[in-house]
Write a protein that binds this ligand. Structure first.
Ligand SMILES: [Zn+2]
Length: 302
């Protein structure tokens, strides 16, 4: 038992669950159950052009067929813009965010570094828009909220250290590896990083369990939490299911929608990725057996 444990599964409704997303769902459910906690589902539909109508209902149906039922009605990020705006206003008031007038083409011409094919924004608009209109809003990585500002601290450490319950000690230098990242996009949509941080705090999430493809976002989210004065949850990033090309299984590389007419088979496939043993019995029994061995397999909560 971990008093106050609240975990979540946060799918994007861009299509039905596939074998890879079920691993993250099962892992977060097991972690919550193994610690006597609550398990919530949040539909991450901020990137509206990518969302598929009806996918949210299908995902919830697939989860339900697998015995993974949230302890409260799901939340939808598309309905939470007011909260995201409040967070952005708070960051702007502290000088921890600023408007950016650069187009993609402008940024390419500023000869930024590249990382995972993404341009690392060189901070061009930190000191003003030079008469251009604001397109997007960015997080100022090297600004701290007033409470943390020490006059003697000339150089601000941009390296974020964190401990992952599966991956162990991690670190990332946000200044060199990421750059001032987007909070509100040029198309007016809220960026994933801001929405996740605001919602994790609003829902009281104490433990985040999700796929390893998202581990790279964690330092940005931790720094945002610090800037907004929000608590940092514990993190556990689970192994990924790889497609035939060796990359993370996704719709783009041919992941099949989960066949929820055979939920036990789908659950066993997901469990094997997590290193859980084969179990006999119906869904309820199998899930209970895995919850019992979960804590021994993954680092117990610190
Ligand atoms: Zn700019």
């Amino acid at each position: 038992m971990v008093p106050g444990y609240i975990g979540r599964f946060a799918p994007s409704p861009t299509g039905p669950l596939h074998a890879g997303s079920l691993v993250a769902a099962l892992a977060s459910w097991l972690d919550a159950r193994a610690h006597g906690g609550q398990w919530l589902v949040r539909i991450e539909d901020v990137d509206t052009p990518r969302c598929v109508p009806g996918a949210d209902a299908l995902i919830l149906q697939q989860l339900g067929a697998c015995g993974l039922v949230p302890d409260a009605p799901p939340r939808y990020q598309s309905q939470r813009g007011t909260l995201y705006q409040q967070a952005l206003d708070q960051l702007l008031a502290h000088g921890a965010a600023y408007p950016c007038g650069c187009s993609r083409k402008d940024i390419a011409q500023q000869q930024p570094r590249q990382r995972h094919g993404e341009l690392v924004y060189p901070g061009t608009c930190r000191h003003g828009l030079q008469g251009r209109p604001a397109r997007a809003w960015r997080f100022y990585i090297e600004k701290r909220p007033p409470a943390q500002t020490l006059p003697a601290l000339a150089a601000i450490n941009t390296i974020v250290h964190w401990h992952d319950r599966c991956l162990g000690p991690q670190q990332q230098d946000l200044a060199t590896e990421v750059g001032d990242f987007v909070l509100r996009r040029a198309d007016g949509l809220w960026a994933y990083q801001l929405a996740v941080v605001v919602d994790d705090a609003a829902q009281g999430i104490t433990h985040v369990v999700r796929g390893q493809d998202l581990a790279d976002n964690t330092p940005r989210q931790i720094r945002l939490q610090q800037a907004l004065g929000l608590p940092t949850p514990q993190y556990l990033h689970t192994p990924l299911v790889l497609g035939a090309n060796g990359e993370k299984l996704s719709k783009q590389n041919g992941a099949q929608a989960l066949d929820y007419s055979q939920p036990l088979r789908a659950l066993h496939n997901a469990a094997s990725v997590l290193g859980l043993p084969y179990c006999h019995g119906d869904i309820g029994l199998v899930l209970a057996s895995w919850a019992a061995c979960w804590r021994a397999l993954y680092n117990p909560v610190l």
